[in-house]
Design a protein around this ligand. Structure first.
Ligand code: HEM
Length: 133
């Protein structure tokens, strides 16, 4: 019997949701939200949000089983540590997740994949909070 190739079980989540294009769309939409956000925008040290967009896209692709480019360029993620310079309080957490929610909604993923992605983002955002109210 022929072994089915590209079977859903053998695909990474990265592949299941459409690969790089999907993560690029997610992060582009997210940073459009950040660009217009009076709380979040000033937190980003660079004038140009492009490089930050690139880092987040590469990180998320790697996390979900895509290319390991993030770690090749940036080393071990250590994300909590990388956020220490920024004041991530409840308000920043909520704003970050709100823009992510809009971005996830626009992807139009299948419900199961959408839930998986969203659950991870909620969990990851909570773990990044470093400043009490
Ligand atoms: C909870 C609210 C959050 C806030 C306010 C926040 C804010 C920031 C800021 C200001 C930066 C610096 C921009 C840059 O130079 O790259 C950054 C970097 C980054 N953030 Fe967040 N972040 C949050 C949550 C998250 C979460 C949940 C993730 C992962 C799922 C994440 C992933 C990243 C990555 C990968 C970088 C680039 C790290 C590097 O390689 O230097 N962030 N974040």
């Amino acid at each position: 019997m022929e072994i089915p190739r590209g079977d859903v079980q053998t695909q990474t989540f990265f592949e299941q949701v459409g690969g790089e294009e999907t993560f690029r769309r997610l992060v582009r939409r997210f940073y459009e939200g950040v660009a217009g956000d009076p709380l979040l925008r000033p937190m980003y040290p660079e004038e140009d949000l492009g490089p930050a967009e690139e880092r987040l896209a590469l990180f998320l692709m790697q996390y979900w089983g895509g290319p390991r480019t993030y770690s090749e360029q940036r080393g071990h993620p250590r994300l909590r540590m990388r956020h220490v310079p920024f004041r991530v309080d409840r308000a920043a957490h909520d704003a970050w997740l709100r823009h992510m929610r809009d971005a996830v909604d626009e992807l139009g993923l299948a419900p199961e994949q959408e839930r998986q992605l969203w659950d991870y983002l909620v969990y990851a955002a909570a773990s990044m909070v470093n400043t009490p109210d």
